[in-house]
Write a protein that binds this ligand. Structure first.
Ligand SMILES: [Zn+2]
Length: 339
């Protein structure tokens, strides 16, 4: 299932996410040498339809086509099968960003493959780990971390002043690699946005050139740090729609994705409820406990926030809502750098 390469497969720089399957035959771990020996680990296409990471890597590889990379680099190309079909994952596959060390997925081919990648990289001197993603709503570019330490803040703020800390869901790449080196997940906006690709490219190029990751404190005014307090899922039987023309039990605001990364007051309205629905949105805390009643209430047929929070990953894509989740809720984290 996993192929290891010690050179760039011919044609990689010109390939699209859809044609990688023909080139690589499956998931691939590609090791490239560079001037500085501490290796940068980069993963792309853990979600097969999110190709900004691939395009950013291709820019980077083209830049160094005729010279040595400034730093050794290993690239993990994840869900090539789903990428071939333009999908996040295939219906019978687990999510490739939920299968890493600490995963709560049942053991399967994919969890064993991620274990192998991790063990393989554990043998290397790692500089940093970067996992590249896109999302579907109107979100700013931001970095996610799973450890509250200065080198993680330094790496994250190299990409964006907006930083999100989370410990759930489990089994994500950046959480696993946090055990080996400073690790980030980068959310590079929506698929197809050139500035997201350019931003990721510049970040990766900086990682290749940097001598070391600073250990000193990131100034409090240089970072907006949030932590995830809940993952919100649509209750499975609920018929929902973003169009008032449809018949549905829950009509969600068609501008809902404009609320991403806005600090919302209690009472903010998410949609209209037309039936006896009790709790259409299910919120889970970082330990997996259901805490819907803490964040949502229905009042006069309106679905409202019960307390002030900041949502992220709100999307109008119904498939993403069903397959992944409705949104995340965050609160500002006052992480005093004075300790
Ligand atoms: Zn993703």
């Amino acid at each position: 299932m996993l192929k290891e390469w010690h050179h760039l497969p011919k044609g990689f720089e010109q390939s699209s996410a859809k044609t990688l399957l023909g080139l690589l035959g499956g998931s691939a771990l590609i090791h490239l040498e560079g001037e500085k020996p501490e290796r940068l680990f980069v993963s792309i296409l853990l979600h097969g339809n999110e190709d900004s990471g691939l395009l950013a890597m291709q820019y980077l590889l083209q830049k160094y086509r005729s010279k040595k990379l400034p730093r050794a680099l290993t690239l993990f190309v994840g869900n090539v099968l789903a990428a071939h079909k333009g999908l996040r994952r295939l219906p019978d596959q687990p999510d490739y960003n939920r299968c890493w060390l600490g995963s709560e997925e049942p053991e399967c081919e994919e969890t064993r493959m991620m274990q192998k990648v991790y063990e393989r990289m554990e043998e290397e001197r790692l500089f940093a780990s970067v996992d590249l993603h896109n999302n579907t709503g109107l979100n700013p570019h931001y970095a996610c971390i799973n450890v509250l330490e200065q080198p993680f803040f330094q790496l994250a703020t190299l990409f964006s002043r907006t930083v999100v800390y989370f410990t759930r869901p489990r089994g994500v790449q950046s959480q696993a690699f946090s055990q080996l080196c400073p690790a980030v997940t980068l959310e590079c906006g929506r698929v197809g946005q050139q500035h997201g690709i350019q931003h990721a490219f510049e970040f990766l190029d900086a990682c290749l050139h940097m001598d070391h990751i600073a250990q000193h404190d990131v100034a409090a005014h240089d970072m907006d740090l949030f932590h995830t307090v809940a993952q919100v899922k649509m209750a499975p039987q609920v018929a929902f729609s973003f169009s008032a023309a449809d018949t549905a039990e829950l009509h969600l605001s068609p501008q809902l994705d404009h609320l991403n990364f806005q600090e919302l007051p209690a009472g903010s309205v998410f949609g209209q409820v037309s039936t006896e629905l009790k709790q259409p949105l299910l919120a889970y805390d970082e330990k997996g406990n259901e805490i819907s009643a803490r964040y949502f209430k229905i009042e006069n047929g309106q679905l409202k926030l019960k307390r002030a929070v900041m949502p992220s990953m709100l999307t109008l894509n119904e498939k993403v809502i069903r397959q992944d989740c409705f949104c995340y809720l965050m609160e500002r984290l006052d992480y005093s750098t004075k300790g």
